[in-house]
Ligand binder design. Structure first.
Ligand code: ADP
Length: 577
């Protein structure tokens, strides 16, 4: 642009100067011509008064007039030419022998009485301006002035014009260069800034001090860049928020395009699909479950319809609800899937319904027995012994119901208690002694020997009542599921930072296949025996939950026919040791 402007300005200057020069040169020429004509007219008018004299002695007359004019400072050449074109007198005494009848000024003068011409004299080799007057039927008088002055003037004009033109071009180039720089520099800065913005650097601005329209343009540009930067940063922050929400979701979220290329997926999706290698821009493939979801998404893209499916039998017996939807409003076809893991919910539902049926069953048995006994007692023909028997049955079943309800309440309280407010520092040995004292009569009744070997320096942070409930349940089971003349040995030891309480019996033992479910509610190894001896099926479940409530755990080791050992680990209260 700079070059173009410079060239066009220089061209304008050149054309302007040439036109100005031509006009000036023409003007000068015309002025010289008028001046020459006036001078030649004067000379010829004087000569015209001396016709007789010239007729007589043309040579002398021409010379004399020439001399006179030279004296007067007029360098003028006077010639007398006869009607045949022969020079009969000439003040310059030249080309006497040349025929002048064909000279333009002579031809014109013959025709009009007066004629003019400018040319280089053939004899003097100099440019002359000629004027000839026709003296009727006698001769022509011709006066000529050298045009050297005129030519010099015109040369000077050429020279001055050329120099001025060069100077003008130089000035124009400099001025144009400065002007163009002042106009193009801001434009260049604007273009650079626009380029940076389009490359993603939205903080780019134009900072120079500009004038007039360019300043307004720069201000508008900066305002536009600012609003773009604000809009983009808002968009990015919203996108980050959204991505944060999606990444933090428990549900798996993923999006794929029509080529099954992953556009987005969150951590939960990788976790639920058990495919940590899945990545954006990769293909959604790698397992049966992933393939099923990919098919659902493909179908959603092709049909533009949402879909929902429950996928069961996924790895590790998991269950998922997968919701897929085509993503509308985009040129590129894509679909979004939300994967919800419903395994736990399903399990909970299953457990709830199992629990309801178990509770119903547990309540039904004693209630049926109670109702039967009452019916039988209603009839009057029962003897006293039978009546007493049914009263005993009623007593036992009522007691069973009472225990069942107590255990259920205890279990629900423990399950719902996040923190136990009645927690305090308890001596493990003291609590075990309380349990043994309480259960001694039962043990004696069953001919079971109860022993305790506990370190007295062991303390735990628990509720004493609940701690007794925990140990009591285990010791009671040891007595209940024992053999006559058996024993239950209770020990308490310190193992690093934990207290380990073991309740070891010499009872019937438990087969290993029951270990997994032993601590579940209402799970019994031998249901009839448990019921017979008044078990609710909730004892070990309460033990497990209590141990967990105080940050501990419970385990079992057992051999059928030899006995079982229940091992409880509880965190040791160190500062009391
Ligand atoms: P229950 O009220 O029936 O005793 P628990 O939850 O305390 O309920 O025990 C669940 C089942 O585990 C019992 O029914 C019994 O079959 C078995 N069990 C518990 N403790 C022992 C043990 N020390 N020896 C053998 N079997 C046991």
């Amino acid at each position: 642009m700079k070059k173009k402007l410079m060239l066009s300005n220089a061209a304008i200057i050149v054309v302007g100067f040439i036109a100005a020069f031509l006009l000036a040169a023409l003007q000068v020429q015309r002025q010289y011509q008028t001046e020459f004509t006036r001078r030649l007219d004067t000379a010829l008018s004087i000569l015209s008064t001396q016709v007789e004299n010239i007729q007589r002695e043309p040579e002398t007359a021409a010379t004399n007039v020439g001399v006179e004019l030279e004296k007067a400072g007029q360098e003028m050449r006077i010639s007398v030419i006869d009607l045949n074109g022969k020079v009969i007198g000439d003040s310059a005494k030249e080309d006497i022998n040349q025929n002048h009848s064909s000279r333009p000024e002579i031809i014109q003068a013959r025709k009009n009485g007066r004629g003019y011409d400018t040319r280089i004299s053939a004899s003097l080799n100099q440019r002359y301006y000629y004027e000839a007057v026709y003296v009727k039927d006698r001769f022509f008088i011709r006066a000529a002035l050298p045009t050297a002055d005129l030519d010099k003037g015109i040369h000077r004009i050429w020279l001055v014009a050329a120099l001025s033109m060069l100077l003008g071009i130089a000035i124009v180039c400099i001025v144009t260069g400065i002007l163009v720089y002042r106009v193009t520099e801001p434009l260049k800065q604007l273009t650079d800034a626009a380029g940076e913005i389009s490359a993603g650097d939205y903080s780019s601005r134009v900072t120079g001090s500009y004038e007039d329209e360019v300043r307004e343009l720069a201000q508008s540009f900066n305002a536009m860049a600012q609003s773009t930067e604000t809009a983009v940063s808002q968009l990015i922050s919203k996108q980050n928020q959204l991505e944060g929400v999606l990444q933090g979701m428990d549900d798996g979220v993923l999006a794929v395009d029509a080529e099954n290329k992953i556009l987005f997926l969150n951590q939960s999706a990788r976790r639920l699909l058990e495919k940590p290698g899945l990545d954006e821009n990769g293909k959604l493939e790698g397992s049966l479950l992933v393939g099923k979801i990919a098919n659902m998404m493909k179908h959603a893209i092709e049909s533009s319809e949402s879909g929902k499916e429950t996928i069961t039998g996924a790895p590790n017996d998991k269950q998922f609800i997968v919701y897929v939807s085509p993503i509308a409003g985009q040129e590129e076809q894509s679909a979004l899937a939300v994967i919800t893991d419903v395994t736990r919910v399903h399990k909970l539902e299953q457990m709830r319904s199992e629990f309801v049926s178990n509770v119903t069953h547990e309540l039904k048995t004693p209630l049926t027995s109670i109702r039967g006994s009452i019916e039988l007692l209603k009839s009057t023909d029962r003897d006293e012994k039978t009546r007493r028997y049914f009263y005993d049955v009623l007593d036992i079943e009522a007691e069973r119901l009472h225990r069942l309800i107590d255990d259920m309440l205890a279990l629900s309280q423990i399950e719902n208690a996040r923190e136990d407010p009645s927690v305090r520092c308890c001596s493990v040995r003291e609590e075990l002694e309380h349990c043994i004292d309480r259960l001694k009569p039962v043990a004696e009744k069953n001919q079971i020997q109860l022993t305790l070997d506990a370190d007295s320096t062991l303390f735990v942070s628990c509720s004493p009542t609940r701690l007794q409930q925990l140990f009591g349940n285990l010791i009671e089971n040891g007595i209940k599921y024992n053999k006559p003349s058996g024993s239950v040995a209770v020990t308490a030891r310190r193992q690093r930072q934990t207290v380990v309480v073991q309740v070891k019996d010499t009872g019937i033992g438990i087969a290993p296949e029951h270990f997994d479910r032993l601590f579940e509610r209402f799970y019994r190894v031998d249901a009839s025996r448990s019921r017979e001896i008044g078990g609710t099926g909730l004892g070990l479940s309460i033990v497990k939950h209590l141990a967990a409530l105080y940050g501990g755990e419970v385990g079992v080791e057992s051999e059928v026919g030899k006995g079982s050992t229940f091992i409880v680990h509880l965190p040791l209260l160190l500062n009391e040791a």
